[in-house]
Design a protein around this ligand. Structure first.
Ligand code: PXL
Length: 284
């Protein structure tokens, strides 16, 4: 029996911009989870605001990496994927899923934000991502990604009834669906959860801050992953992820640093160890 739980984190690593593995690994480590990086690509910076970034694709590393772990009898308690740059990378995730049947499978279907797909996301990647989410236990789209996965137009607002219907429609195979950044209330954004097994809908509201920092979705999904791996309930996991992400966003906003640099993660990472008020959630 291993002392600590282990997750295979299948994501790219971007040197500048505090997203993907650059924030996922430290977040999970601080939470006491061993995060094993399966890098899908190396980038000088993320693709949102640094011009023509330098990139090396590692697609052909993913399946041999899985095979190596398999020959060594290394299994994971969870498999967690995020930004994927091609259909072949998505097939690599499926190999990890297939070879780790007992693992919790978390797919953060990174496709876009603010109503638009990221510029590297092609219709082929969208189709493959639609397939990947069908194999996941937990999915964490933001509102833009939820719309893309459901083939809906991006909604500028959503009623509680519509939100519940989207959560259920996304829960095809997943036991747990979390949609982030939903504008349910004036001046707030809400992170919504659906726990299919218990037929329960949850919401955690936080203040709307008028700036978008890349990487906040990665931080949110990592905390959610760590919390669920530790056996915490869905509303507690969403609350923990929301509370820390909000601290990171508000702290960064107060310093006025460029959005493209991401949140001031190193300044706030210590807060991950503090026990947030774990009661700021309610039924949706
Ligand atoms: O945080 C999502 C993300 C991950 N990886 C890369 C990105 C982005 C969002 O822009 O560009 C390379």
């Amino acid at each position: 029996m291993s002392v600590l739980k282990k997750v295979a984190a299948i994501h790219d690593i971007s040197g500048i911009g505090r997203c993907s593995l650059s924030v996922i690994l430290p977040t999970l480590s601080v939470m006491g989870i061993q995060a094993c990086a399966v890098p899908t690509a190396v980038l000088s910076a993320h693709t949102g605001g640094f011009g023509d970034v330098e990139m090396r694709d590692l697609t052909d590393y993913i399946i041999p990496c899985f095979e190596h772990y398999h020959t060594q009898g290394i299994e994971f308690d969870a498999i967690y994927s995020g930004f994927l740059a091609s259909k072949a990378q998505i097939d690599g995730c499926l190999a990890f899923f297939e070879g780790n049947k007992g693992a919790l499978k978390i797919v953060d279907p990174v496709l876009g934000d603010g109503g638009k797909a990221y510029r590297t996301i092609t219709p082929c990647i969208i189709d493959a991502m639609k397939k990947l989410v069908k194999y996941a236990d937990v999915i964490t789209p933001n509102l833009t990604e939820a719309a893309i996965l459901l083939g809906e137009d991006f909604p500028h607002e959503l009623s509680v009834q519509q939100a519940k219907s989207w959560l259920v429609r996304l829960s095809d195979n997943a036991e747990t669906v979390v949609i982030t950044s939903v504008p349910l209330l004036e001046g707030k954004i809400s992170n919504l959860g659906y726990d299919k097994r218990n037929s329960a809908f949850w919401r955690v509201d936080c203040d709307f801050v008028p700036i978008h920092y890349p990487g906040t979705g990665d931080i949110f999904a990592s905390i959610l992953t760590g919390s669920l791996m530790k056996g915490e309930s869905l509303p507690i996991a969403i609350n923990r992820a929301t509370a820390f992400t909000q601290i990171a966003v508000k702290t960064t906003y107060s310093y006025g640093t460029p959005a493209r640099e991401g949140v001031l993660f190193e300044k706030v990472v210590g807060w991950l160890n503090s026990d947030v008020t774990l009661s700021d959630f309610s039924k949706l």
